[in-house]
Design a protein around this ligand. Structure first.
Ligand code: CP
Length: 317
């Protein structure tokens, strides 16, 4: 097996099936720190640097919480405007990361430019974790998603997925790469202007993913074991930040999951995942249904990042 030690986590295109299971094993090993809310000292000699050029609630804080749970140290920024990359100087990724590499042992980056984490990795000797790059990828979110399904279903094979929402989203790119490593079927549902690019369709087909486009969730919800959601009302992920507009659109029923729909048409044991934040595609009345697992992900997101940090920094083999 390829070692995780010192490895960049930039994309799930090259993440192998057995590597997901290794991350899940280590997550289970380290779970007592999170479950018992008692920080350990496994990474007490290590420092995580977080470089977030785009807003985040879950990804940055779960990664930082994971480092704290393992006794490590955390430094970094969550508002690039207060760094030289965000003022008069517009300091380049190359120059910024040549500094950051000496401030810690692993760097977690979120950026509005697709490919920024890969560019950063070219200039530093410490591992880089991609925490979301433009419309590109979001590997740690999807590792968390698969961990959640594995813990719930006991397998990642033999499942039917619905991927619904804006298919330009970085999570959607990473989840299609990840699912190509397993024996699954994926139904893809999005507005035409938010569909997968032809290039991406060819790539995932070549990678072995069985997938099919549908127009309305009504057509396939009865077959789904997992309903994986993103908004269709959302900001432009190539911008560093977007303020709330005067008027937001509403989500058409094709791309909406409601309590009524789940009750009337879904398999009783189907699971709804959403990387969050949400708009009206997923109303709060779904939260109290048996299908909801997106809040469990707040916990699993710490487990997955503890496992990745421990593996990358060599605290476990
Ligand atoms: N799931 C996710 O990426 O959430 P944040 O934008 O809050 O990090």
């Amino acid at each position: 097996m390829r070692s995780f030690l010192g490895r960049d986590i930039l994309s799930l295109q090259d993440f192998e099936r057995h590597e997901y299971f290794r991350v899940f094993e280590v997550a289970a090993l380290l779970e007592p720190y999170a479950r018992d809310r008692r920080n350990g000292d496994l990474l007490k000699h290590k420092t995580l640097v977080t470089a977030f050029y785009q807003p985040s609630t879950r990804t940055r804080l779960a990664t930082e919480a994971a480092m704290h749970r393992l006794g490590g140290h955390v430094t970094g920024f969550s508002d690039a405007k207060m760094t030289r990359a965000g003022d008069f100087y517009q300091e380049s990724i190359q120059d910024t990361f040549k500094m950051l590499e000496y401030y810690g042992d692993v760097i977690a980056i979120r950026h509005f430019q697709q490919g920024a984490p890969a560019e950063a990795a070219e200039h530093v000797s410490v591992p880089i974790i991609n925490c979301g790059d433009g419309w590109g990828e979001h590997p740690t979110q999807v590792i968390t998603d698969l961990l959640t399904i594995y813990r719930e279903k006991g397998t990642l094979d033999g499942l039917t997925w619905i991927l619904i929402g804006d298919m330009r989203m970085r999570t959607m790119h990473s989840i299609t790469y990840a699912l190509s490593k397993f024996d699954v079927k994926a139904y893809v549902i999005s507005p035409p202007e938010m569909s997968l690019t032809d290039e991406h369709k060819t790539r995932i087909t070549d990678m072995g993913l069985r997938w099919e486009e549908k127009e309305h969730i009504d057509q396939v919800i009865g077959e789904a074991d997992v309903i994986y959601m993103e908004p269709v009302v959302q900001p432009d992920y190539t911008k560093s930040r977007e303020e709330v507009p005067d008027q937001k659109g509403l989500t058409p029923a094709n791309y909406q999951v409601t309590r009524k729909l789940l009750f009337e048409k879904a398999k009783p044991d189907s699971i709804v995942l959403h990387s969050l934040p949400r708009q009206d595609e997923l109303l709060p009345d779904v939260d109290k249904t048996r299908h909801q697992r997106y809040w469990v992900e707040a916990y699993n997101g710490v487990l997955s990042r503890m496992a990745l940090l421990a593996l990358i920094l060599g605290a476990v083999e």
